[in-house]
Design a protein around this ligand. Structure first.
Ligand code: GLN
Length: 292
């Protein structure tokens, strides 16, 4: 599409600029749905307008400078860098989170973990002050989503990475959702025994030989947040084994895992003494979260 060159400066219409971005992204990503979402992200970021505005006023004229900024972001995206890293943010559970190369980019699949944790939380008496522990919090996505829904809960969130904790701290302050951030290798710095009503985690669970690691956004994310030994099960095993020492009576452990790991995770949890172990599917209908 060369229309933009045919027009004098300052008369580019946002609808056409969006379509041009969409076309370029789609030629690269080969996924029209994702390309259209990313094209909207880019255009709304540069123009500081929301999606409704862009849909309602496709004839809105943008400046040369804005057009250049959009092109720059599109071109950077065409180098493979994740859009969440280029824009430095990603929405999760309707929270706008800062994201960088030190954290996993929050995924919609992980909202299943939040939903299930809220269901478990609802099983406690309303008088109980819930204590929640999020292991490997990254951007703080899961911990902050839970705090946003359960403002009275005490939420502790740990990460091994100091850099990730800086991002989580920024998000906590920026969203005005106070959580306790702890630098810890899983449970190593957690002193409170038998006190958590919920322990949640989206740990690394991908096997290091998974071909999926060579494609897309994961290439730019920290491997420590993605990959675990033992076919991806090492950290899950560690968490399952130790959770019993930290859970309150009738507390729940909820783990995100790979879509082919449900059987193994269930076995590990049963073996560790968990009861009522069940697996829940994500929006893509893949086994994603196991709880007990
Ligand atoms: N679900 C992510 C992916 O497959 C991985 C997240 C994780 O390892 N915790 O890209």
């Amino acid at each position: 599409m060369v229309w933009a060159d045919n027009l004098p400066g300052g008369t580019m219409q946002i609808g056409a600029v969006y379509r041009e971005a969409l076309q370029k992204l789609n030629a690269f990503l080969n996924d029209r749905e994702v390309s259209s979402i990313e094209a909207y992200f880019i255009v709304s970021e540069v123009l500081k307008k929301d999606k409704t505005f862009l849909l309602t006023y496709p004839e809105y004229e943008i400046s040369d400078k804005e057009y250049d900024s959009i092109q720059k972001i599109v071109n950077e995206r065409l180098s493979g860098r994740p859009i969440a890293h280029i824009l430095g943010k990603r929405e999760f559970w309707s929270l706008n989170l800062k994201v960088n190369e030190h954290t996993l980019i929050p995924r919609p699949d992980t909202e299943t973990l939040v939903e299930q944790a809220l269901l478990c939380a609802s099983k406690f008496d309303s008088g109980v002050r819930l204590r929640i522990l999020d292991l490997g919090t990254g951007t703080g996505a899961v911990a902050l989503a839970l705090k946003s829904e359960l403002p009275d809960a005490v939420v502790d969130a740990v990460d091994y990475s100091e850099e990730a904790l800086k991002v989580a701290e920024f998000n906590s302050t920026n969203l005005n959702l106070p959580i306790n951030l702890i630098n810890s290798d899983w449970f190593s710095k957690i002193k409170a025994r038998h006190q958590y009503h919920l322990i949640v985690s989206n740990p690394p669970y991908i096997a290091d030989n998974d071909p999926h690691l060579k494609e897309g956004d994961v290439r730019f994310e920290p491997r420590t947040a993605l990959v675990a030994p033992m076919n991806g099960l090492y950290d899950i095993l560690n968490i399952v084994r130790k959770s019993g020492d930290y859970l309150a009576n009738n507390g729940y452990l909820l783990l995100e895992h790979g879509y082919q790991q449900a059987g193994d995770v269930k076995l590990l949890m049963n073996y560790a003494g968990f009861t009522q172990v069940e697996t829940v599917k994500d929006l893509g209908y893949n086994d994603r979260v196991t709880l007990g």
